[in-house]
Design a protein around this ligand. Structure first.
Ligand SMILES: O=c1ccn([C@H]2C[C@H](O)[C@@H](COP(=O)(O)O)O2)c(=O)[nH]1
Length: 162
């Protein structure tokens, strides 16, 4: 995954969105953290991994990947807000036995980061999210392609008064 390219694309998209909504001067970190938590919930919903009361199958791989990269957008965006864009990220392999445990670990890492917005906590949050991708069966090529596609959709939405 060419993370530098993704940060550059995210920075441009964020600047475009903020200028479109006259929010260039605002600190949006808390809203972005909440947006990330919401996206993680939407992703969990599509996998249906915790719905022991239901027989319905998960959404398609394509749909789940699309939800996954919404979260990637906000993780990159939060990193940019915190000035971590140029720092070298080292992802640790921290995946749990199952999706439910991994989703809970991701939530925990976001809350830890919310309390203390250090690079270490950011790196841990990103690592937990990347580990979730592994459990979901996504490789870095698929993630990068889906990110690029969704990034474009986000521009179109701004143009169409989303
Ligand atoms: O500052 C922002 C605000 C939104 N998004 C993107 C991330 C997600 O891909 C999408 C979320 O939009 P909803 O579909 O949840 O409204 O918007 C950004 O990249 N940067």
């Amino acid at each position: 995954m060419n993370i530098t390219r993704l940060y550059t694309m995210q920075r441009e998209l964020d600047a475009h969105i903020q200028s479109n909504h006259q929010l260039q001067q605002d600190n949006l970190i808390d809203k972005k953290i909440l947006a990330l938590l919401v996206e993680i919930g939407e992703l969990a919903n599509e996998t249906r991994c915790f719905k022991f009361w239901s027989l319905k199958p998960p959404a398609t791989k394509e749909k789940i990947l699309e939800e996954f990269v919404d979260g990637v957008h906000f993780i990159l965006s939060v990193g940019i807000e915190c000035g971590f864009e140029g720092s070298k990220l080292q992802f640790e392999n921290c995946h749990s036995e199952n999706l439910t445990d991994q989703f809970l670990s991701v939530y925990e890492s976001v809350n830890k980061f919310k309390t203390s917005q250090s690079f270490k906590n950011y790196e841990n949050l990103f690592s937990e999210y990347v580990s979730l991708a592994k459990l979901l069966g996504f490789n870095s090529y698929e993630i990068e392609e889906a990110y690029i596609q969704k990034n474009e959709v986000n521009y179109e939405r701004q143009q169409n008064g989303y």
